[in-house]
Design a protein around this ligand. Structure first.
Ligand code: GAR
Length: 220
């Protein structure tokens, strides 16, 4: 069976990208990270791509007048690398239907909260909002991307307790450890053909169910 090509979009630091590349290799998954696209020139994630020997490309949204043109450039680059799964790993741009429809049910995003709580925020804003709300449990979510921001079908979630005395920074670090695990798990399930989107829900198929999948409904 030929491997599923994975393309990662990122904007900054790139720990999720790095963890994903390593998990895909180590986990002997039926997938392969083929390209990293950064929308921010000189983003640290590009250095990580180089170190991991994954082709890194910069496509800056600032070089395009229209969002659709930027997204078409992303799609073209991903197609060039024969990508069948797109992972948003700290990608700080909202994607319109132009992009989402090109990879329907084939785009995953990692979000640093237990969605649908704290949707629509990014990075440290999320952890600050979590602490301000006084919730006792935090975590992360991997979900399929739809045109509704942070609202697509949920694939994997991992929860951790919020500690007395947590700051946004300490909480972010503990959630990040979970993010790396959750993203790897979601990609592993996708590559094994074990994810089925049923309306707003994602069903995780057992191995034996996977054998009898009806083509088209199951992805990966
Ligand atoms: C991660 O915490 C990720 O969940 C978050 O940005 C960080 C990127 O870190 N993404 C969002 O907030 C998306 N709304 P990384 O660059 O080290 O992977």
């Amino acid at each position: 069976m030929s491997k599923i090509g994975i393309g990662v979009l990122a904007s900054g630091r790139g720990t999720n990208f790095e963890a994903l590349v390593r998990a895909v290799r180590r986990g002997n998954m039926n997938g392969e990270v083929r390209v990293l696209i950064a929308n921010v020139p000189d983003a640290p994630v590009l250095k990580r791509a180089e170190a991991e020997q994954v082709p890194g490309v910069t496509i800056s949204h600032r070089d395009f007048k229209k969002r659709a043109e930027f997204e078409q450039a992303l799609v073209a680059e991903l197609r060039k690398h024969d990508v069948g799964l797109v992972c948003l790993a700290g990608f700080m741009r909202i994607l319109s239907p132009v992009f989402v429809q090109a990879f329907e049910n084939r785009i995953m995003n990692i979000h640093p909260s237990l969605l649908p709580a704290f949707a629509g925020l990014q990075g440290m804003q999320v952890h600050e909002a979590v602490l301000a709300a006084g919730v006792k449990v935090a975590g992360c979510t991997v979900h399929f991307v739809t045109s509704d921001l942070d609202a697509g079908p949920i694939i994997v979630q991992r929860a951790i307790p919020v500690h007395e005395g947590d700051t946004a920074e300490t909480l972010a670090l503990r959630v990040l450890v979970e993010e790396h695990q959750a993203f790897a798990e979601a990609v592993r399930l996708f590559c094994a053909g074990r994810l089925r989107v049923e309306g707003r829900r994602v069903r995780i198929l057992k191995h034996e169910e996977r054998e009898t999948k009806d083509e088209g409904a199951t992805i990966g």
